[in-house]
Design a protein around this ligand. Structure first.
Ligand code: NDP
Length: 501
C-alpha cells in the first residue's frame, strides 16, 4: 500500500457544523482500482430461456447503468407476458423430462460444477457486480461471490440426502419455482434462490431486479458452461410487471420473493387461494443493542458493519442502534471517530468502504427519509467526506436524539443511515427493540453469556447475532416474522420450502 498526501482543506462534506478532523495535511491511500478488463460486457443481453439467450418476444429492452458513474453498461431484454409463458413452459418440460426424475446424486454434480465455475470466475463476477450494483469490490469479492459459491456447494451436498433431512421419508420437489429477487445482493440472492430449489429437484424461473440484471445473466452463462439441461434454470430480466406475471402464472408451483414488504404483500394477495407455496423475505428495521459491559471498540466495529456494509442496502441491517445510556456518549464518540476513517468512492477501488447508492430512486428515498429525521428534531451527523460529482452517493450518516415515533426509527431507510436511541434497563432494551412491525434480525453486544440468552429469548427477530453482526452461512436458516415475511432460506429449513414432505 502506498500513501500520498492530500490536503484536508480540499475535502467537502463538512456538514451540520462538523469540522474536519485535522487542520493540517493528512495521509490518504493511493488509488488501488481493480481492473475491469477481466469482464467483457456485451452491448446487449437477451433473456435466458430453455438453455438459450434470446431477445424478448416483442423486442423491448431497457438500459442498465453503473450507479457510481451513471454510465450505461448494456441494454437488456425486457421480458413480457409471452416471455414468462415461454420460460415457465421450458421449466415445466425440464422438470417433467429431466430434472424431476434425475437421481439426486446426478443433480449434485451439476450444482458442484456451478459452484466450482463460480469460484474460477470469481473475479469476473465481483467486478461485474460492483459495476452494476455500486457496491465496493472488497465486499463483492470477499462476501457476495464466495457466499454464492458456498450456497451451491452446500446444497450440492444435500441433493442426494434429502430423505435424511428430517423432512419426511421421501420428500418430493414441488415443480416449477418462480423466484423474484432484489438489487442489493444480485448474485447472492440468485444463489440463495436457485441452489436449494435445484438441489430439491425443482426447476426455476428467476427474475432479477431491473437495476442489477448482469450477474444473474452471467450466472445463466455459467449454467450453460456447466452443461445444465436446458430449461432447468431460466432468467427473465425485466421490470416489476415481469415479476408480477411470473408469480401469478398458473404454471408456477412455488413462489419465492425477496424485496420490499409492500411488494411482498401484493404477491401474497395475488396468489392467495391458488395453492402455490410461498416464502417471503422482506424488509427490516433491526435493533443493534449495546450494553454497558460490551467491549466498546468491538461493538463499534459491529455497529459499522451492521449499518454501513453494502451502503446499508441490507434487509437485516442494524439500522437502529440501541445503546445503554451510561455508555451512549463514549460509544457515539468512538463511532464518529471510526466513521471518519471510512472511505467513500469508486466501488472498484480496493480501499473503498462505502460505494454508490444503487439507483436515483433509492437515493431519493434515503434523502426524503433523512429530511424527515431533520424535520422531526433528530441531530444529523456525517463525517467529512467528498461525494463524487457523478453517480448516486450518500455519506455515512448518524442521527442522535431519535425518538421511537420518528420515521427514521420506524421505516426501512435502506441506506447508510443509523438512528441512535438509548435505554437504561435490559427490559427497556427489549421493549424498544421489539417496537417495530418488522422482525428479521437483531444484534446484542455484552460480555455476559447469560444476558445474550436472555435477550435472544425475548427479541422477536428471525436472526439474533451476539457480539457480531451480518454473519451468513448457507447452513444457517435466515428469515423473519411479521412484516419481515415468513419461511426460511438456508439450512434444512430452507430446503423444506422447496419440498413436499
Ligand atoms: P421491490 O420489492 O419493488 O423489488 C424487488 C423485486 O420485485 C424486483 O425484482 C422487482 O422488479 C420485483 N417486483 C416489483 N413489483 C413486483 C410485483 N408487483 N410483483 C412481483 N415482483 C415485483 O423493491 P425496490 O427495488 O422497489 O425497493 C423499494 C424498497 O424496498 C427499498 O427502498 C427498500 O426499502 C426495500 N427493499 C428491501 C429489500 C430487502 O431485502 N428487504 C430488498 C430490496 C428493496 P423491478 O426491479 O423491476 O422493480
Amino acid at each position: 500500500m502506498s500513501a500520498r498526501k492530500v490536503p484536508v482543506a480540499g475535502q467537502q462534506g463538512q456538514r451540520d457544523g462538523v469540522a474536519a478532523r485535522a487542520a493540517g495535511p493528512a495521509w490518504d491511500y493511493a488509488p488501488a482500482p481493480e481492473s475491469r478488463d477481466i469482464v467483457t460486457i456485451a452491448a446487449e443481453y437477451g433473456l435466458f430461456t430453455d438453455g438459450e439467450f434470446g431477445p424478448a418476444a416483442d423486442g423491448r429492452q431497457f438500459p442498465t447503468i453503473n450507479p457510481a458513474t451513471e454510465e450505461p453498461l448494456a441494454r437488456v431484454a425486457l421480458a413480457g407476458q409471452a416471455d414468462v409463458d415461454r420460460a415457465v413452459a421450458a421449466a415445466r418440460a425440464a422438470y417433467q423430462r429431466v430434472w424431476g426424475p434425475m437421481p439426486g446424486a446426478e443433480r449434485a454434480k451439476y450444482l458442484y460444477r456451478i459452484a466450482r465455475i463460480l469460484q474460477e470466475r470469481a473475479r469476473e463476477f465481483a467486478v461485474l457486480e460492483s459495476l452494476d450494483n455500486g457496491k465496493p469490490i472488497r465486499e463483492s469479492r470477499d462476501v457476495d461471490v464466495p457466499l454464492a459459491a458456498a450456497h451451491f456447494f452446500y446444497h450440492a451436498g444435500w441433493a442426494d440426502k434429502l430423505e435424511y433431512a428430517g423432512l419426511g421419508q421421501a420428500p418430493r420437489p414441488l415443480g416449477v419455482a418462480g423466484q423474484v429477487i432484489p438489487w442489493n445482493f444480485p448474485l447472492l440472492m440468485a444463489a440463495w434462490k436457485l441452489a436449494p430449489a435445484l438441489a430439491a429437484g425443482n426447476t426455476c424461473v428467476l427474475k432479477p431486479a431491473e437495476t442489477t440484471p448482469l450477474t444473474a445473466l452471467l450466472l445463466a452463462e455459467v449454467c450453460q458452461q456447466a452443461g445444465l439441461p436446458p430449461g432447468v434454470v431460466n432468467v427473465l430480466t425485466g421490470a416489476g410487471q415481469a415479476g408480477a406475471a411470473l408469480v401469478s402464472h398458473p404454471g408456477v408451483d412455488k413462489v419465492a420473493f425477496t424485496g420490499s414488504t409492500e411488494v411482498g404483500k401484493e404477491i401474497s394477495r395475488a396468489i392467495a387461494g391458488t395453492g402455490k407455496r410461498l416464502t417471503l423475505e422482506l424488509g427490516g428495521k433491526a435493533a443493534n443493542v449495546v450494553f454497558d459491559d460490551a467491549p466498546v471498540e468491538q461493538a463499534v466495529e459491529g455497529i459499522v458493519n451492521g449499518i454501513f456494509f453494502n451502503q446499508g442496502h441490507v434487509c437485516c441491517a442494524g439500522s437502529r442502534l440501541l445503546v445503554q445510556e451510561s455508555v451512549a456518549d463514549i460509544v457515539v464518540d468512538r463511532l464518529k471517530d471510526r466513521l471518519a476513517t471510512l472511505r467513500l468512492g469508486d466501488p472498484l477501488d480496493k480501499n473503498t468502504d462505502i460505494g454508490a447508492i444503487n439507483s436515483r430512486e433509492q437515493l431519493d428515498k434515503i434523502s426524503e427519509l433523512t429530511a424527515a429525521g431533520d424535520a422531526e428534531g433528530a441531530q444529523r451527523w456525517s463525517p467529512p467526506c467528498r461525494l463524487p460529482e457523478k453517480g448516486y452517493w450518500f455519506p455515512p450518516t448518524v442521527f442522535t436524539g431519535v425518538s421511537q415515533s420518528y420515521r427514521i426509527a420506524r421505516e426501512e431507510i435502506f441506506g447508510p443511515v443509523l438512528s441512535v436511541l438509548t435505554f437504561r434497563t435490559p427490559e427497556e432494551a427489549v421493549a424498544k427493540a421489539n417496537n417495530t412491525p418488522y422482525g428479521l434480525s437483531a444484534g446484542v453486544w455484552t460480555e455476559k453469556g447469560s444476558r445474550i440468552l436472555w435477550m435472544a429469548q425475548r427479541l422477536r427477530a428471525g436472526v439474533v447475532w451476539a457480539n457480531t453482526y451480518n454473519r451468513f452461512d448457507p447452513a444457517s436458516p435466515f428469515g423473519g416474522y411479521r412484516e419481515s415475511g415468513f419461511g426460511r432460506e438456508g439450512g434444512r429449513h430452507g430446503l423444506a420450502a422447496y419440498l413436499d414432505a
